[in-house]
Design a protein around this ligand. Sequence first.
Ligand SMILES: [Zn+2]
Length: 558
Amino acid sequence: MRQDQEDPYQRRSAQVYAAADRAGSGSVASPRAVLYDAVLLDRDGTLIEDVPYNGDPEKVRPVPGARAALDRLRAAGLRLAVVTNQSGLARGYFTGEQMRAVHARVEELLGRFDAWLVCPHDDADGCGCRKPAPGLVYAAARELGTTPSRCVLVGDIGRDVDAAMAAGAAGVLVPTPVTRPEEVAAAGWVATDLPAAVAEILRRQQAVQPSNPPTEPVRTALVVRSDSAGDVLVTGPAIRAVAAGAERVVLLCGPRGRAAANLLPGVDEIIEHPLPWIDPDPGPVDPEAMRSLSARLGAVGADQAVVFTSFHQSALPLALLLRMAGIDRIAAISDDYPGSLLDIRHRVPVGVPEPERALSLAAAAGHRLPDGDEPVLRLRRDAVPPRPADLGDPGYVVLHPGSAASSRACPPEVATRIVGALADAGHRVLVTGGPHERAVTARVAAAGGTDLGGRTDLAGLAAIVADASAVVVGNTGPAHLAAAAGVPVVSLFAPTVPFGQWGPYRVPTVRLGDAAAPCRDTRAASCPVPGHPCLSGVDPGDVVDALRTLAVSGGGGR
Ligand SMILES: [Zn+2]
């Protein structure tokens, strides 16, 4: 069940001011925008200069370019809400009346907002709305008639981004001189100022809308995603978009992505073949195998091919094979000059989430998700088997310590301590892993969990993940299975690749680990730094706290 349809904070006490008469008054673009309905804005340091505990309307100073930037969002049909911590209320530094006068002045200068959501509490109150808790984001989404995953929050400190992520919303950090460097390092999306954040929100929103719908109908589309399970899963929304515009979809995948390909909706037929220019451990190029692949692809009879790749992979060798197979419409992302290999050469700036990057290529090829199909990861229900009955009720926490790339795996000694801490906090823990990870899962589970190492294939793991209350996992395939099931993720994210591109997509998430560790952006498959410092310093108590932030309580299953 998807969490973005639910609201674990429904009964909490975020306060809503001057909102009820205006909620829903914004016009929604037609056709419905694919990515976002609403932009949530932090107040102090983001919309207006930060004057600590200000109760004086005369001291309100908008940040440069704020009015014009907000008007651009309004013109694009996006609804706007302010989400702000005002602990000065709890501390008695100003009254509610003074605060409303400040907000009236903000609206005088910046135009009207569709909702104002204020946390009046102090840290000591332990409320569910003070950012980084996600309560204000849930409340704002509800006020605006949408879901957190269709919201993007702009703020100037880590608490803002963390609140957005914990609700499954996107978060943009606009650093100021008071923003700490570790907050900047941890943020998946950073903009230089508010107008730049707004420009990028609108650019991303636009990039997934086709500007040129195909002139002729597509009967058969060939879509391509080589590489591993996670890569295939994050391409799912784009493949569904192609499927919405084509009568038949054939997917070419590699052997390591086959099990994930079997789980994708919208795919009518799968061709499995390794591509030696994509595979991380390639065999020699076999001319006969390439000729037979080309012939097989030609036999598909595709009238369009869309080749999805990661930013460090080239689509061009396959484009040549597709040309040789007689396919005349080929679209791919390529910074390298493609000559006549591509009809649609698409380019994407760095930092865009992989699912959106792929959706933008689908859009360039003329396809968009149909209304009602959210741009979330999804799996075919009929491809996921029933969960083994001996695992007990749903509501357990899954800990998946391994990864195909050891640089992205949780060190076993850390995973062991996490299991112990979770068990002490009353969580039921299932430890999962592949057949070659049995030694690790057995050792880790011995600290207080149930060892499921080697017990499932990918589809079976998807079934177990779907009934979890949360998944604790590195940057690897099961994180995306959790996203597909709407199950919150505690992401032990090694920063070898950008979090903004590869973090769990549109699902409540807490990121842990050192985002500024020396392995950052190295793309290393095995950790280049002695001691694997990005994840070896994760405090098991932080995992317990993260679950609390995600509203996952111990004693799950009841
Ligand atoms: Zn609060």
